[in-house]
Write a protein that binds this ligand. Structure first.
Ligand code: EPU
Length: 338
């Protein structure tokens, strides 16, 4: 376990922001993690997973602990299901490809989402009609208040749309060290109706898709719209899709009869923030090295060398413009580190 001072985090956040850690250490086991948490003399300890859902607005003081725990193991299986445990430091997409390659169903629609397994429950990652919670069974955590390990059930995590206890009442308390998934071994529940999945499968002439086919369709669709963080820094959707009262949608539709929306029940609808941002005139807009992606306006990008503050400025511009045009205050989905 080597502690490096003045360490650039550029390769540890998908926005590619060149912020620095005062000290940096990478841990590979739960024991190393608790050891690092016990080290005296640091002003704070900052836990870093895949760095795929954060905007670093400044350097990080104290010790940055990078979770690099690896391993995927079958914990239990029966005729129909497998219970698979993946360590927090496993790359999410590689985990998905491991699952589809072994014909384990449940996460195939979540292909190509950046980040690591250990951070996937924090915001209950989701795409194409599937959320992490659908195959999540439990997770192992280290409780920072006691340094003890615990198991948290799905119910205890209180998952919601891009939401969980890890973002709310227990923010900062638990460090997720592994996740247990319950996946199907046969009679997979294929979800192809959302978005362009079915269309893509049809175009490829696939009538009876396998899990691999679905993952490939998702990869294809995502690559059309979403920038590859290895080429253009980004954190996926920067804002959440806002949920508003149906009446309010009516007001918006007076000026914008084509406004897209999803039914949420209880007289609530969700409006795609990407559409609001595009209509506010920000799609593809560039402010120096930071900007709004030209193919999906919900994604803010670092064209190279932007600072966290520069990206944040774009976020504020977008927020103000959407508020002015639609009276809706967009809420960031990414964690702003300041
Ligand atoms: N739209 C526009 N202009 C844009 C972007 C979108 O008009 O620039 C419209 C589209 O035409 C469509 C609607 O908005 O009618 C929805 O767009 P899309 O299918 O791209 O999905 P989204 O609601 O923008 C959400 C997730 C994505 C996820 C996709 C697909 C959130 C905040 N984002 O985006 O998640 O991949 O659905 O399921 O819920 C992420 O969280 O990082 C992420 C990429």
């Amino acid at each position: 376990m080597q502690i490096t001072p003045d360490f650039s985090l550029k390769n540890h956040n998908t926005f590619g922001i060149d912020a620095k850690a005062e000290f940096f250490v990478s841990v590979q086991t739960v024991e190393e993690l608790t050891h690092a948490l016990n080290l005296p003399g640091y002003s704070q300890k900052f836990i870093l997973g895949g760095g795929s859902n954060m905007l670093l607005k400044k350097n990080i003081k104290g010790l940055v602990i990078n979770l690099n725990l690896k391993g995927i193991t079958v914990e239990e299986e029966d005729e129909n299901h497998v219970w698979l445990r993946a360590a927090a430091g496993e790359n999410w997409h590689e985990f998905v490809m491991y699952c589809v390659g072994n014909n384990y169903g449940g996460v195939e629609n979540l292909a190509l989402i950046p980040g690591n397994v250990g951070t996937s429950p924090v915001q209950n990652i989701g795409a194409y009609g599937v959320e992490l919670k659908d195959s999540f069974e439990s997770c192992e955590v280290v409780d920072r208040t006691t340094l003890e390990t615990r198991t948290l059930s799905k119910a205890a995590c209180n998952f919601g749309y891009r939401d969980s206890i890890f973002k709310n009442e227990d923010k900062g308390r638990y460090i997720i060290t592994s996740v247990l998934f319950k996946l199907t071994k046969r009679d997979h529940e294929l979800r192809t109706s959302y978005g362009a999945i079915q269309q893509t499968l049809d175009a490829l002439g696939i009538d009876e898709p396998t899990l691999v086919d679905i993952a490939n369709a998702v990869i294809y669709i995502r690559q059309q719209k979403l920038p590859d963080p290895k080429k253009i820094g980004n954190s996926g959707s920067f804002f959440k899709n806002p949920v508003v009262a149906r009446n309010y949608l009516g007001t918006i539709q007076k000026n914008h009869p084509d406004a897209p929306f999803y039914e949420m029940g209880d007289d609530l609808v969700k409006i795609p923030a990407g559409w609001l941002i595009e209509r506010a005139g920000f799609k593809g807009k560039r402010f120096g090295q930071a900007g709004v992606h030209d193919r999906q306006a919900l994604v803010l990008v670092n064209h190279g060398g932007a600072t966290g503050d520069e990206v944040w400025k774009v976020a504020l511009e977008v927020q103000q413009a959407v508020q002015k045009e639609f009276g809706i205050l967009l809420q960031p989905e990414v964690n702003i580190i300041e």
